[in-house]
Design a protein around this ligand. Structure first.
Ligand SMILES: [Zn+2]
Length: 171
């Protein structure tokens, strides 16, 4: 199996960057709302997880907001409710790394849950830079990176779905 793909709507991608700039030099955080239910677009045998919108959260870490964020169980419930209202599910979480590379820190790995996608955007001197995504493996000891692919609009995503359906029907 190749690298996992995280397909993200262009607006959502832009909003993560904007959120990182807004809270700089502190970390921003939020939930990724999307689909991972088998209806997502697949390329070959590779399932694709989709991110359609965001649920921004308030970083509740007041001890070290520059390099830490925490998601509480209330945050999880609120994010799940928001997702459900849009016919989506919580597929992951995002946060920023002010003046640090977009790599998961030890703290990030210690506090992550398997299955979810974790997007990190690096914000250097107030400007958004590299964005990466990773998932913790079930053993909690290692993680895998995901390839982030941006999709311009819902209409384009729909067109891609139709094309794939047509190919499947013809095969
Ligand atoms: Zn982090």
């Amino acid at each position: 199996m190749g690298e996992r793909i995280l397909l993200i709507a262009k607006d959502a991608e832009a909003r993560i960057r904007a959120h990182g700039v807004e809270t700089y030099p502190h970390e921003c955080c939020g939930a990724l709302l999307g689909k991972d239910d088998g209806t997502a677009i697949s390329t070959g045998d590779q399932p694709v997880r989709e991110v359609w919108s965001l649920f921004p959260l308030v970083n509740r870490r007041d001890d070290s907001p520059r390099n830490r964020f925490s998601v509480t169980s209330e945050d999880v419930l609120a994010a799940e409710k928001a997702a459900k209202e849009q016919g989506l599910e919580v597929v992951g979480w995002y946060h920023s790394h002010p003046d640090h590379p977009a790599r998961p820190s030890e703290y990030d790995r210690d506090h992550a849950w398997p299955w979810y996608s974790y997007i990190i955007v690096s914000v250097a001197e107030g400007k958004p830079e590299l964005m990466t995504s990773w998932r913790l493996n079930d053993d909690r000891a290692s993680y895998e990176t995901e390839s982030i692919q941006i999709h311009p609009s819902e209409a384009e995503m729909e067109a891609l779905r139709t094309e794939i359906d047509r190919k499947r029907a013809g095969a």
